[in-house]
Each structure stands twice: as structure tokens, then as C-alpha cells.
Design a protein around this ligand. Structure first.
Ligand code: B12
Length: 261
């Protein structure tokens, strides 16, 4: 470990992960990662020194008007990304004597009143920005120079003290406001801030709020009404979401962005 050439290690890791199939990869030293609303990484991983961020292009499914197809494309990506994260973590541990910890696309998330179920252990947008993979756009998403908003990230936390890759300094967003106009609930009206409640209710109609609403109604209903509720499409969708995981039913701010298309 002592004489490890970190720039040679970076090269090896980049080549390995590109061969695995990721679309881009960047390194961020922890001192360049700044996300004030996120947990402090060294509080839960004291030996962490850097974040290796992997980027995956969203499939064209994200533009489908059929939400089953759109969500399925994301599920494909999420499954692939899990194996990429795991492969990277194994490489870091086996070849470089690292202790590596993986950060998923979205969940598991801390589900608590403190976070509102809306704060990840690592903010992947901020990590990707520090790793030179993109810049924030008007849609509050990170825009990648080649793929625009149609990009999703995972990461692996590492004890190796990698230097950060150069940040992208250019502005990529043209402030055309198509993302703002395409949001059906006005969640992007205020610049620099996504209205989380509006976005959540619209993009995850079968999420926690819907589940609490459904079961509250059930508990207050007569036996006849309960039978009707259980035979309603809404319950069937909730049931499916509970088996599969979080269901995103809106991709508008991501898929309508013309950058990189
Ligand atoms: C919880 C969560 C949500 C929540 C809350 C969003 C939020 N405010 O952070 C909800 C459900 C609303 C949500 C919605 C979406 N999400 Co989401 N989400 C996450 C998750 C799991 C955690 C985010 C987090 O920790 N936020 C808390 C803190 C860090 O946010 P924040 O400091 O308040 O930062 C916000 C603003 O201050 C602003 N901001 C911060 N700094 C700067 C700097 C500049 C210059 C600007 C302009 C803005 C800006 O951007 C943030 C957006 O509100 C991440 C995965 C992860 N682990 O990072 C994915 C993630 C952010 N989501 C993602 C996506 C794609 C979506 C959706 C398109 C839904 C979908 N169909 O996939 C929408 C987009 C909404 C939008 N346009 O903002 C991607 C973004 C990819 C990208 N290209 O940037 C991520 C990174 C998942 C991934 N692995 O790639 N998400």
C-alpha cells in the first residue's frame, strides 16, 4: 500500500470499469466534496478519503409515455449499476488493499422524520460534480457534457487518497426552461431548489404517502368498502410497488432536456 502509484491505479480502475460497461467514471477527493445537507462521510466511514463515481446513460425508455416501460428502463440500469459498484469495490479491495463501501443509485435510503426519506448517505450529484462528471442545470440535475441530464450515478467510497479529476468549469445549461415548463406540478418553479413534496407526490404516486393514505382509509372503512378498496387498481399498483421497490412515474425534467440529445 505504501508505495502505491495512485495515478497508475486510477488508470487501471478507469480502464477496468469502462470494460465492465460504465459510460463514465470520475474521482473526487473527499476534501473537494461539498454537500451541506448530506451526512459527513467520515462520520460513518472515518477512513474514507475519496469517492469514485460511476456514470450510466439512461436508456431511451425514460422518454416513453408508458410508465411501466420508463420505470423498467431505470430498473435495468439499477440492476446493472449494483453489479458495477460491486465489481469496482472488489477490484479496490483485492488489487489495492482498499476498504471500499458502495453507494447505490437511490435506495436503501434512511427512512426517518429527520431526512424525510429524501437525503442519501452521499449526494451523488455533488460527488459527480466534484469528480468532474458534470455541472448543475436549471432542472437541478447534473448535466454531463455528452449525455446531458440523461445520466445516473453510483459511487464507491475509498480509503485511497485519490486526487480529484478536473472539474468542468463550462456552463452546460442554456436556461431554455423546457424542464421547468414540462414539470406537471411546478416543482422547479423556484430556481436552484426542487420542491421535494410536489415532485415526490407526482413522481412516486405509489410511495410512502400513498401507502399511508391507503391504509388509513382502509382502517376507517366498513367491510364492504374495504373489499372495494382492495379490488381497485390503485391498491394493485401499490402492491406492485411494494414488491418491486420505489416506482418513478415521471422523468420529464430529465427526458425533455435538450442538452446532449
Ligand atoms: C432523495 C432523492 C430525490 C428526492 C429529493 C430530491 C432532492 N431535493 O435532493 C425526489 C424524490 C424529489 C427526487 C426526484 C428526482 N430524482 Co432523485 N434522488 C434522490 C437521492 C436518493 C438523494 C438526494 C439527496 O441526498 N438530496 C439532499 C441534498 C443533497 O440536496 P440539496 O443539497 O438540497 O441539493 C438540491 C438543491 O439545493 C440543488 N442544488 C444543490 N447545489 C446546487 C448547485 C447549483 C449550481 C444548482 C443550480 C442547484 C443546486 O440541487 C438539489 C435538488 O433539489 C439521489 C441519489 C443520491 N444518493 O444522491 C437521487 C438523484 C438526485 N435523483 C435523480 C433523479 C434522476 C431524479 C428524478 C429525475 C426522478 C427520476 N425519475 O429518476 C427527480 C428529479 C427532481 C429534480 N429535478 O430535482 C438522480 C440525478 C441524476 C442527475 N443527472 O443529476 C440522482 C443523483 C440518482 C442517481 N443515482 O443518479 N430525488
Amino acid at each position: 500500500m505504501n508505495n502505491l502509484d495512485l495515478s497508475a491505479a486510477k488508470k487501471r480502475i478507469k480502464t477496468f470499469m469502462r470494460n465492465v460497461g460504465v459510460d463514465d467514471i470520475g474521482f473526487a477527493n473527499l476534501k473537494d466534496y461539498d454537500s451541506p445537507k448530506s451526512p459527513v462521510v467520515t462520520d460513518f466511514f472515518p477512513q474514507a478519503r475519496s469517492i469514485v463515481v460511476l456514470a450510466y446513460k439512461e436508456l431511451s425508455t425514460c422518454a416513453s409515455t408508458n410508465m411501466q416501460i420508463a420505470m423498467n428502463g431505470r430498473l435495468d440500469l439499477m440492476e446493472f449499476s449494483r453489479s458495477c459498484n460491486y465489481k469496482l469495490a472488489r477490484l479496490l479491495e483485492k488489487e489495492f488493499g482498499d476498504q471500499a463501501m458502495t453507494v447505490p443509485v437511490s435506495y436503501p435510503l434512511e427512512m426517518s422524520k429527520r431526512t424525510g426519506g429524501a437525503v442519501g448517505e452521499v449526494s451523488l450529484r455533488h460527488a459527480a460534480h466534484a469528480a468532474g462528471l458534470g455541472v448543475f442545470g436549471r432542472n437541478n440535475l447534473l448535466l454531463h457534457p455528452r449525455y446531458g441530464s440523461r445520466i445516473v450515478f453510483t459511487a464507491v467510497l475509498s480509503t485511497l487518497d485519490f486526487d480529484s479529476d478536473p472539474k468542468i468549469e463550462d456552463e452546460l445549461c442554456t436556461y431554455c426552461d423546457i424542464c421547468v415548463e414540462s414539470c406537471p406540478v411546478g416543482a422547479l418553479d423556484e430556481e436552484g431548489q426542487t420542491n421535494v413534496n410536489r415532485c415526490l407526490r407526482n413522481s412516486q404516486p405509489y410511495g410512502l404517502g400513498a401507502s399511508i393514505g391507503f391504509w388509513s382509509k382502509m382502517s376507517e372503512s366498513s367491510v364492504e368498502e374495504q373489499k372495494k378498496l382492495l379490488l381497485d387498481d390503485h391498491y394493485w399498483r401499490l402492491y406492485q410497488a411494494q414488491l418491486i421497490g420505489f416506482q418513478y412515474c415521471c422523468f420529464n425534467c430529465l427526458s425533455t432536456c435538450p442538452i446532449g440529445q
